[in-house]
Design a binder for this molecule. Structure first.
Ligand SMILES: [Fe+2]
Length: 259
């Protein structure tokens, strides 16, 4: 199988160019590659900004002298509700996303700082680089955090984010997603990933999602609708667990990824 040519003017590549590149990368991938390929040509910017050298090994204790820290009293429970951060209700579909953070043996990871950020219901971030013509919601910032409880559980109330365009190729759209950061027990352990929503028609087209070549690993990034999490006349519920290690580990991405 010959690699399809990569267009030099990346923004002008078509979706069918991208589809061909994704299919080629998947055909060449080893079985059960459960983490994203760092240099995935269909995800244009990954080729230039992925690490090409061995990671710099930091002395964990030395890093802790300068790294951000947090205390349990620093996090207000209200920070887990992204719908109450302003004077009014944000527009969109109110949802709760709940789940557990687990280690590879299924044990709960307690007191874990979980941070999320996301677009609003119209698919717009409050960020100077996001200038696409969708409305900013004055009642929605799209940032929240919480600590996992004694069962490893986390829970956020938020607005379902919309899909949004990006400049990877012509007519490129990201599936709706919520970015998650797990702080770990110290700063050098931070992990970042994205959670998606079930049955999104954009999954097959998205080179970030498809940079994970194993279907089961991709599926693990998709939350499930959970009616027991839904609340009567108030919100719809989703459940999504995060596994930090082992063969069912949640796929994580490099900290440079910001789409
Ligand atoms: Fe995003």
């Amino acid at each position: 199988m010959t690699a399809p040519p990569i267009a030099q003017t990346a923004p002008l590549s078509s979706q069918s160019d991208i589809d061909a590149e994704i299919a080629f990368a998947h055909a060449r991938a080893a079985a059960a590659e459960t983490q994203p390929q760092l240099a995935f040509p269909a995800y244009r910017s990954s080729v230039l900004r992925h690490p090409t050298k061995d990671l710099r090994h930091a002395d964990p204790e030395g890093a802790e002298l300068f790294a951000p820290v947090f205390g349990h009293t620093d996090i207000d429970p209200l920070e887990a509700d992204l719908t109450v951060q302003h004077g009014g209700e944000p527009i969109g579909e109110r949802i709760r996303v709940s789940g557990r953070v687990l280690d590879g043996d299924g044990r709960p990871v307690r007191n874990q700082l979980v941070e999320i950020w996301q677009a609003n219901a119209a698919g717009r971030y409050i960020h100077k680089r996001d200038q696409h013509p969708a409305p900013i919601d004055p009642n929605f910032t799209g940032v929240g955090r919480c600590l996992t409880d004694s069962n490893g559980g986390y829970s956020f109330v938020t607005i379902k984010p919309g899909p949004y365009p990006w400049r990877n190729h012509r007519n490129a759209w990201r599936p709706a997603h919520i970015h998650f950061s797990l702080f770990g027990t110290d700063f050098t352990q931070r992990m970042i990933t994205q959670m998606y929503f079930p049955s999104d028609p954009l999954f097959a087209l998205d080179p970030i999602y498809q940079a994970i070549t194993d279907q089961n690993a991709r599926d693990r990034l998709v939350a499930k609708y959970a009616h027991d999490v839904s609340e009567h006349e108030w919100l719809l519920g989703y459940r999504w667990d995060i596994v930090l290690t082992g063969s069912h580990r949640t796929a994580m991405e490099s900290e440079d990824d910001d789409e």
